[in-house]
Write a protein that binds this ligand. Structure first.
Ligand SMILES: [Fe+2]
Ligand SMILES: [Fe+2]
Length: 186
């Protein structure tokens, strides 16, 4: 947009463009990034969330031991929230005119986080904390990438990032509780 005086002319053009490019849906000329790149990045996040849903679900079902009931509930709650992240990302990809990649083939390669079963409760909690830390770092990078190029996607990613930070904190608390000592090592 130019000087304030040219605003009416801009509006004319904006109206014409809005009518001409209906097939672009929500994507307008001033979309700041490359839509294809945005969709690719978001599909990596989709894969990460699917892997996180699956790993937390496995942990929620398979955690054993006297101390595990409350932890199982926490795992199940996280699985549900990772599923919500997945839905939000898939919706955004659709709004951007792309297709969410939900194909199980190659899922593990597309995801940043890993699917690790863990041999016992402590191992499970550790694996989840590791996965959350991976998610946090990748979402933070993505937030920076989108910046003001695509503020809707950035805000969405910021919301998810905040919840991943809560998840990491939950897992850290559980680890401290169940290992019985503070986690000081790097
Ligand atoms: Fe998530
Ligand atoms: Fe998470």
């Amino acid at each position: 947009m130019g000087a304030p005086g040219s605003f009416l002319n801009d509006i004319k053009e904006i109206r014409q463009r809005a009518r001409r490019h209906l097939s672009d849906g929500a994507i307008t000329k001033n979309y700041g990034g490359k839509v294809e790149d945005a969709i690719t990045l978001l599909n990596h996040a989709v894969a990460t969330e699917i892997v996180c849903v699956l790993r937390y679900k496995f942990h929620a079902v398979c955690a054993t031991g006297l101390a595990s009931e409350a932890v199982k509930e926490e795992f199940a709650q996280h699985a549900k929230e990772e599923g919500e992240h997945l839905d939000m990302l898939a919706e955004r990809i659709n709004q951007l005119g792309g297709k969410p990649n939900l194909n199980p083939d190659g899922l593990g390669q597309r995801a940043a986080s890993e699917y690790v079963e863990g041999a016992n409760l402590i191992e499970m909690i550790k694996e989840d904390l590791i996965a959350e830390r991976i998610a946090i770092e990748t979402y933070r990078e993505m937030v920076r990438y989108f910046g003001d190029k695509d503020s809707t996607t950035r805000v969405l990613l910021e919301r998810i990032l905040a919840q991943e930070e809560e998840h990491a904190n939950d897992m850290h608390d559980l680890l401290v509780t169940h290992e019985g000592r503070p986690m000081l090592e790097k």
